[in-house]
Design a protein around this ligand. Structure first.
Ligand SMILES: *[C@@H]1O[C@H](CO)[C@@H](O)[C@H](O)[C@H]1NC(C)=O
Length: 80
């Protein structure tokens, strides 16, 4: 099992320069590989918390977001 090497979280610039006034959100993402068979062909895909597409992050401007990512796939990944 490899570890997460690069995690890019793109937050609004305002978040870095203004004091936090909004809510605080915590998300746990577990990334795993799953095999999907379609038309007799099996492909491996990355899923987040056993779902594809992965979970939605819903926040408002000024909120603070923590995303804890556990990479259980066989290779490194980036999150955008
Ligand atoms: C997906 O299928 C491949 C080939 O059969 C297998 O080696 C692999 O372990 C499977 N992965 C998962 C997550 O089931």
């Amino acid at each position: 099992m490899s570890t997460v090497t690069l995690i890019f979280l793109f937050l609004t610039v305002e978040l870095f320069f203004s004091p936090v006034q909004g809510e605080v959100h915590y998300y746990d993402f577990v990334v795993t590989e799953r095999n999907f068979t379609r038309l007799c062909e099996t492909k491996s895909m990355l899923v987040v918390n056993d779902a594809f597409p992965g979970p939605e992050i819903r926040v408002h401007k000024g909120d603070l977001v923590y995303v804890n990512v556990q990479n259980k796939a066989d290779y490194s990944l980036t999150l955008h």
